[in-house]
Design a protein around this ligand. Structure first.
Ligand SMILES: Cc1cc2nc3c(=O)[nH]c(=O)nc-3n(C[C@H](O)[C@H](O)[C@H](O)COP(=O)(O)OP(=O)(O)OC[C@H]3O[C@@H](n4cnc5c(N)ncnc54)[C@H](O)[C@@H]3O)c2cc1C
Length: 365
């Protein structure tokens, strides 16, 4: 007799939602994670009374009411709305591009004047854009490109915009309203007690083993459960037999400062190329904190190498073809299910993770 119905590899959001639903249906679950904490990429840790987003800023936003209501059951969400600021050589601009930005850029005060300015500047590109620079100018004009697109994009990709292909930027959304809300979704917020507490509640009732690498203890762990849900990297599961899937990585540098308020907002983008980091996060503002100290994190783009934490999948043709080969292997498994952002090699926002995990529950349970 196996001890558990499910062995869940990965205590991130996908594994936790699946575990919760399985337990709600009377199934038993063992959850293992190779890290020393639960919550995977949405892990938050309390420092000086502030919930620090350890693996990058996480804002929950969705247009799916069912998902929003689901998340509410496991966390008390605040009314945070993401309104990032862009800093270009000390000049501050509102994001996303909207009437505030256009006023700051050109002093224009009406949508008509803003539209005319952009149209005038877009006209510089006449033929088919040949690279990312031309594509961006053809969408928003030179001023916005030079100050708010160029340096940031070059840092992210580690290459000049004239060497990057045009298709990387398909759209650059422009709003002719005074609306600084970064997201269009009707539901948005951040768990007041942090994401870790939310995942803790989801996992209530499961047996949890941290610091446990499934692949290093596979035979022993497999023997404990009927079915395995694996939310780690799919290529790693198969010993990279067809080669490695690529990711873009990030590096974070955090500091605690002896002051109550460093930048007055949670997220500031640094848009010029000469500043090596892309974003500066001040965590307390995600939760309207009034603590005496503050914690800030600088986010640097980093080239991913095997062994580093995988952040963003690089879903280009080469990697998609490789992923399809791994998926074909996965389709032949009868005891193992693959899930989550790493198992599906897909960038999923948290709401999409919840959606996908609930869909799997419907299929499986
Ligand atoms: C920088 C960044 C910012 C983001 N910001 C947002 C945002 O603002 N809003 C939003 O909605 N979403 C955001 N996301 C997406 C969000 O992080 C994901 O949707 C979510 O974390 C995915 O959960 P998951 O369970 O699929 O994966 P993960 O959280 O990565 O969980 C997988 C778990 O599996 C474990 N694991 C892997 N291999 C093994 C093994 N062999 N043995 C044991 N354990 C293993 C890992 O340690 C990990 O804990 C962001 C993502 C990134 C990278």
């Amino acid at each position: 007799m196996k001890k558990y119905d499910y062995l869940i590899v990965g205590a991130g959001l996908f594994g936790a939602v699946f575990a919760r639903e399985a337990m709600n249906r009377g199934k038993t679950c063992l959850v293992v994670d190779k890290c020393d904490h639960i919550a995977g990429n949405i892990y938050t840790k309390e420092v000086e009374g502030i919930q620090v987003h350890v693996y990058g800023a996480h804002i929950f936003h969705t247009s799916n009411k069912t998902v929003w209501e689901y998340a509410q059951k496991y966390a008390d969400f605040n009314h945070y709305i993401n309104t990032p600021i862009a800093n270009y050589k000390g000049e501050l601009y509102n994001m996303p591009f909207n009437m505030h930005t256009f006023y700051q850029m050109w002093g224009v005060t009406t949508p008509e004047a803003a539209r005319a300015k952009i149209e005038e500047q877009r006209a510089e590109i006449t033929g088919e854009p040949q690279n990312l620079e031309e594509q961006a100018i053809s969408l928003v004009g030179r001023d916005i490109y030079e100050k708010l697109v160029k340096g940031y994009t070059e840092k992210q990709w580690g290459r000049s915009c004239t060497e990057l292909p045009a298709f990387i930027i398909k759209r650059l959304p422009v709003r002719y309203t005074f609306d600084n809300n970064y997201f269009n979704d009707p539901y948005q917020g951040i768990p007041k007690e942090g994401y870790t507490a939310m995942v803790e509640r989801l996992l209530e009732g499961a047996d949890i083993r941290l610091n446990t690498d499934y692949l290093e203890n596979k035979a022993e762990l497999d023997a404990l459960a009927d079915t395995v849900l694996y939310t780690g990297c799919i290529d790693e599961y198969y010993g990279y037999c067809y080669g490695e899937l690529e990711y873009r990585s990030l590096r974070f540098e955090s500091e605690t400062l002896d002051m109550p308020n460093y930048q007055g907002v949670a997220v500031v983008n640094y848009n010029e190329r000469e500043v090596p980091f892309t974003r500066l996060i001040e965590h307390k503002h995600f939760n309207f904190g009034t603590q005496e100290k503050t914690v800030i994190t600088r986010e640097y783009p980093a080239t991913w190498e095997k062994g580093m934490r995988p952040y963003y999948p690089v879903n280009n043709e080469k990697n998609q073809a490789l992923f399809a080969r791994y998926q074909a292997l996965a389709a032949n498994e009868d005891k193992v299910i693959f899930g989550g952002r790493l198992g599906h090699y897909k960038y999923y926002d948290m709401d999409k993770v919840i959606e996908a995990a609930l869909a799997l529950v419907e299929e499986e349970l």
